[in-house]
Structures are given as C-alpha cells and as structure tokens.
Design a protein around this ligand. Structure first.
Ligand code: SF4
Length: 72
C-alpha cells in the first residue's frame, strides 16, 4: 500500500493528476484536487492499493506545483 496526500494550499488546480490517474484523483468543487476514498474524496492521506502505485507516482512527478506527496 502507498499513502498519498494532496496539499490544497499548494495545488494549482491544473487537473493533470486526474488525467493521469482518474481512479484515484478528482477535482473538488473549488477545482482543487482530492483523493477518492470510500466516503467520497479528501485531501488525504489515503491508503492506495499497490495496483495504482505506478500511476500515483507518475502523477506525483507530473504535478507542476509539487502538491502531491506519496509514501510507503
Ligand atoms: S496535478 Fe498537482 S496542481 Fe494539478 S490538480 Fe493535481 S495536485 Fe493540483
């Protein structure tokens, strides 16, 4: 499992993470990215299944503002 988190104060609402990993990321009503979980979506941290680790790591690298943090 990987743990992923978004800093809403750093996110620039570019939407790149949603394009890369739409199963994990969504844009909230204010355009700021969130992470999908069983309750809806949240800034995190959220535990992500291993099958999504590669996509989440790609989204983390692509994020233009460095708003996404992943850890294991
Ligand atoms: S890629 Fe980064 S800046 Fe863009 S919406 Fe996702 S978290 Fe925000």
């Amino acid at each position: 499992m990987s743990r992923v988190e978004i800093d809403p104060n750093v996110c620039q609402a570019s939407g790149y993470c949603v394009g890369t990993a739409p199963a994990i990321f969504a844009l909230g009503p204010d355009g700021i990215a969130e992470i999908k979980d069983a309750q809806g979506s949240t800034p995190g941290p959220v535990e992500i299944p291993d099958e999504y680790r590669g996509l989440v790591e790609t989204a983390t690298l692509e994020c233009p503002s460095g708003a996404i943090t992943t850890s294991r």
